[in-house]
Design a binder for this molecule. Structure first.
Ligand code: TMP
Length: 209
């Protein structure tokens, strides 16, 4: 059986990626694809416990980074790899690109440390397609601060998100074959239309023997 495709969604907090997850899931189902929707940090019972700590417990940046990758390792072993091997598609709300952007950029750990951890935890597994939801930071921050109680990352100040966004852009440039940048200042309908076309293309390619 053909492996499923691995799709991920990325963007700074407030960029609006999570709004589109139910739409993508529904589109894939309509196209006859079995899809597992999951998220990082999280996606397994242990990963969800680590998520609670990561979002709310003060900790050193290295601890934070290692816990992100600990949760990711568990997620890959328990959820992502088995689903892909069964021919299911995996739609993941954030993956290693978030560590690259947030810990590498935002927390200023640098790209190299993240690349070492990526090589250690998932040398052979990368998303087949990553949608980077991109929005001017002023708008993303406005959206964020009108929403709800903020977690440890969302409480960070402007400079943190400037660095995070720069690292996202850098990665999208370096790995342009799998990245698609979505202009998140468009209307939801415009974004959905774009996603729909791309999903149809992906499924058609995947179904071609
Ligand atoms: P979410 O709000 O999109 O679910 O993500 C939770 C937070 O975790 C978000 O602020 C980004 C952060 N994060 C990292 O800092 N590094 C990572 O590797 C991941 C997956 C998330």
């Amino acid at each position: 059986m053909k492996n499923g495709l691995f799709l991920s969604l990325e963007g700074v907090d407030g960029a609006g990626k999570s709004t589109h997850i139910p739409f993508i899931e529904q589109q894939l189902q309509q196209l006859g694809v079995e899809v597992v929707v999951t998220r990082e940090p999280g996606g397994t019972p242990l990963g969800e416990k680590l998520r609670e700590l990561l979002l709310h417990e003060p900790m050193d940046t290295r601890t934070e980074t290692l816990l992100m990758f600990a949760a990711r390792n568990e997620h890959i072993k328990q959820t992502i790899a088995p689903a892909l091997a069964q021919g299911k598609w995996v739609l993941c709300d954030r993956f290693s690109d978030a560590s690259f952007a947030y810990q590498g950029g935002g927390r200023e750990l640098g790209a190299e440390t993240i690349e070492i951890l990526e090589q250690w935890v998932h040398p052979d597994l990368w998303p087949d397609r990553t949608w980077l939801f991109d929005l001017p930071l002023e708008i993303a921050m406005q959206r964020l601060h009108t929403s709800r109680v903020l977690d440890r990352f969302e409480q960070e100040q402007g400079e943190f998100f400037v660095r995070t966004q720069q690292f996202y852009h850098q990665r999208a440039q370096q790995q342009s074959q799998r990245f698609t940048i979505i202009d998140s200042s468009q209307s939801i309908q415009q974004i959905q239309q774009q996603l729909q076309t791309q999903l149809q293309e992906l499924v058609a390619q995947w179904q071609t023997p």
